[in-house]
Design a protein around this ligand. Structure first.
Ligand SMILES: Cc1cc2nc3c(=O)[nH]c(=O)nc-3n(C[C@H](O)[C@H](O)[C@H](O)COP(=O)(O)OP(=O)(O)OC[C@H]3O[C@@H](n4cnc5c(N)ncnc54)[C@H](O)[C@@H]3O)c2cc1C
Length: 453
């Protein structure tokens, strides 16, 4: 039996276009899904899956159709030595905590816990990576079970590499995923070290920075001309006791993290601080770096945070493009100049420290942003204040012009020409496959129709 719930916001927007679904359904069992797909008169097209609804774009896109909220399929089914099997509605934070209790973790741990496993398998979620081949969350997936647009059950494993690659970029357009198997490994301590550099210093040391082992996350302040390099090295040999770890963890939470990811939530939740975010965060960043200079050790899951229950309440928003690693210092120089020129002309600048992650090459999914080689993301971030939307329109042209690659779920205000330029034949291949597998467009929405045809 499916449960019908009221859409979270009303139907049509000012333009008269239906942005929201007419019906939202919560399946109790997997068997409910083929029944929904088979009744277009009762359950209007498009049928779209929604996980946590945290994407930065309209990729879920209800369009006056039927949205299936996968959150009710929320069971972790089986823990193995090297894998875990779970339903699509399980949140990654829930899974990561359950794995931790068993001394296990995912090969990549995202920084927010809300992401649903269904979205993790089919959307683009790049993460600061340690090795070639594992730079996107979907690369942790070894098996998928889905219901096709025709209502058929399908199981796909790593043995069918080509099909996996397409499904891992399918955004609910080729089927609704209900069960996932993910690779796991023993919990491994991570050593975190920081270097605070000017852009010039960053460029001069770039070759050494990318040569040394470890995952790289950058914290970028265009107006202060600073790039803080955060290096996360897996420390398999480290024998720190659990209590020792907790001491270190507490000091990280108190002294270091407030300056990075978690700042965003804490700084923004204080009333009246919104306008002080830029300078406040950047000052905090510098003040805490000395204390972190010797490096701290923690487990990856301790970096994970939970955003508010509803995405729109987080008051923190960002957009994401990726650029080839080889040219990244030059690209950053151009970005700093772009930000300064934009501010001069429009009096707008991003009011949250910008992030970036180094991605190793990963061909595990068709729309992987590091499909062609190693990349760095660039993530302008803001509280979504006045001027942000216009800034992104110009930033997108800047990014596309310099050979950037966007995502469908984390790059805002994307246009078809950006997609065609970045993905070329990969976009054409996906379009042809989608048309063949879903000729009635049962799962197709206006967002993807606009961007991919
Ligand atoms: C403030 C904020 C901060 C964030 N920070 C980070 C971060 O640091 N790192 C990070 O990796 N992400 C981050 N994200 C999340 C990122 O934006 C993801 O795009 C998003 O959360 C994906 O997970 P979801 O469950 O919300 O997917 P949804 O938005 O619900 O869905 C994404 C796409 O997947 C499809 N889909 C969902 N479930 C299924 C299914 N079962 N079968 C088929 N298709 C399905 C949907 O139709 C849609 O096209 C952040 C998001 C916000 C709002």
């Amino acid at each position: 039996m499916v449960l019908k719930v009221t859409p979270r916001t009303p139907g049509a927007d000012a333009s008269g276009l239906y942005r929201r679904p007419r019906i939202v359904l919560q399946p109790k069992n997997v068997e409910d899904i083929p029944a929904i797909l088979g009744k277009p008169k009762t359950y209007p097209t498009p049928v779209r899956a929604v996980g946590a609804d945290y994407s930065q774009t309209r990729c879920v896109g209800g369009d006056g159709g039927t949205t299936i909220d996968m959150g009710t399929l929320d069971k972790i089914l089986e823990f193995g030595e090297n894998t875990v099997r779970a339903q699509a509605g399980v949140r990654v934070g829930t899974l990561v905590r359950a794995l931790t209790e068993r001394g296990l973790e995912l090969p990549l741990t995202p920084e927010i816990g809300q992401i649903s496993l269904g979205a993790l398998a089919v959307a683009t979620l790049p993460q600061a990576s340690h090795t070639v081949g594992v730079a996107q969350m979907s690369s942790c997936v070894t098996e998928l079970k889905l219901i096709t647009p025709q209502g058929k059950q399908m199981t796909v494993t790593e043995r069918n590499r080509d099909l996996m690659r397409v499904l891992k970029s399918s955004f609910g357009l080729l089927g609704l995923v209900h069960e996932i198997v993910l690779r796991v490994r023993p919990l491994t301590p991570v050593k975190m070290e920081y270097q605070d550099l000017s852009l010039k210093e960053f460029a001069a040391r770039f070759a050494a920075i990318i040569e040394a082992p470890g995952a790289l996350r950058l914290h970028i302040s265009p107006f202060n001309d600073r790039v803080t390099v955060e290096r996360r090295t897996l420390d398999e040999a480290m024998g720190a006791s659990r209590s020792g770890m907790w001491q270190i963890r507490n000091s990280v939470m108190r002294n270091v993290l407030p300056a990075f990811g978690s700042t965003v939530g804490s700084v923004l939740s204080a009333p009246g601080l919104r306008t002080a975010v830029v300078s406040g965060v950047q000052r905090a960043l510098r003040a805490t770096l000395d204390r972190a200079a010797r490096g701290v050790v923690l487990y990856a899951h301790e970096l994970m945070r939970d955003l508010p229950q509803e995405a729109w309440k987080s008051r923190y928003t960002y957009s994401l493009w990726a650029f080839p690693q080889a040219d990244f210092p030059r690209l950053l120089g151009e970005y700093f100049a772009f930000c300064k020129a934009y501010f001069k002309e429009h009096r707008y600048r991003c009011n949250v420290v910008n992030g970036a992650s180094r991605l190793h090459q990963d061909r595990g999914s068709l729309f992987s942003v590091s499909y062609s080689g190693p990349m760095f993301t660039l993530e302008p971030s803001s509280t979504g204040d006045k001027g942000w939307d216009d800034f992104l329109i110009d930033f997108n042209d800047f990014a596309s012009g310099l050979g950037g690659t966007p995502t469908f779920n984390q790059t805002r205000a994307l246009q078809p020409e950006h997609v065609a330029k970045a993905f070329g034949d990969r976009a054409k291949l996906f379009r042809a496959l989608r048309q063949r597998t879903d000729p009635m467009n049962r799962l197709h929405n206006s967002y993807f129709s606009h961007l991919l045809g």
